[in-house]
Design a protein around this ligand. Structure first.
Ligand code: PGA
Length: 258
């Protein structure tokens, strides 16, 4: 059973950006800069670039994953990708329930729940995104999204779960809550995870913040006690900026990891 996460996570969500060639180039430029950094670096390229990114990142600490998947094992689901296909391509994790999936593609809490179950079954780490829209009551939305996503998920499986709190109004907008507000919401998410999985296991689940993270605000957000990582969209597309963020965050590791 895990206690608090021991290392900070920096997750790049490239969304629908970068060709195979561009992804390879990005990873190549990242490798020499990684050094002895003290953070988990995760990258979620588009499906097309997963297999080659895994090749380019082999023998490094970079972890490659996917941005989405379907919940069925396989079958007649035109245009969809199954968990075992991701595994075979070398993906180690999958982002589920991203707000763009929920709000642009109509994914429901129940659908996301089925995806979580499938991902864990097929041995993918699941980064499950939750967050309120502007004007919504955050605690009400978070409770509903979190409780449904992990309903009846066995406690031992919680070791493969990461949660990402991403207020929808902060994604791609340049607006962010203050670090204090982020901590408040993470504390609330932590409480829910403990309700679900027990005190100790709930402590061990990394809770990431996402929504307009950039080189200027990453360090301040990362210092909060219940912020165990950052999920970065726009600012993860430029290798130089992403490298700078890795260096800044790992240099300013909060005492919680020392
Ligand atoms: P952003 O995206 O960093 O561009 O706001 C974050 C996300 O959607 O995960």
């Amino acid at each position: 059973m895990k206690d608090r996460p021991k290392k900070f996570y920096l997750v790049a969500n490239w969304k629908m950006n970068k060709t195979v060639r561009e992804a390879n180039f990005f990873i190549e430029s990242l490798i020499p800069e990684l050094g002895m950094n003290g953070v988990h670096v995760y990258i979620a390229p588009p499906f097309m670039a997963i297999a080659s990114s895994v090749q380019y990142a082999r023998d490094t600490s970079i972890v490659i994953g996917a941005q989405n998947m379907h919940d069925a094992r396989d079958g007649a689901f035109t245009g969809e990708i199954a968990a075992f296909m991701l595994r075979e391509a070398g993906a180690a994790f999958v982002i589920l329930g991203h707000s763009e999936r929920r709000h642009l593609f109509g994914e429901t809490n129940a659908f996301i729940h089925r995806k979580v179950v499938r991902a864990l079954q097929d041995d993918l780490q699941a980064i499950v995104c939750v967050g309120e829209k502007e004007g919504e009551e955050p605690e009400e939305i978070l409770r509903e999204q979190i409780m449904t996503a992990f309903e009846k998920v066995p406690a031992e499986e919680s070791e493969k779960i990461l949660l990402a709190y991403e207020p929808v109004w902060a994604i791609g907008t340049g607006k962010t809550p203050t670090p204090k507000q982020i901590q408040e919401m993470h504390g609330f998410c932590r409480k829910l995870l403990q309700e679900l999985f027990g005190k100790k296991r709930g402590e061990g689940i990394p809770i990431l913040y996402g929504g307009s993270v950039n080189v200027n605000n990453a360090v301040a957000i990362s210092q909060e006690p219940d912020v165990d990582g950052l999920l970065v969209g726009g600012a993860s597309l430029d290798p130089q900026k992403f490298i700078q963020m890795i260096q800044l965050v790992s240099k300013n590791q909060p005492e919680k990891y020392v």
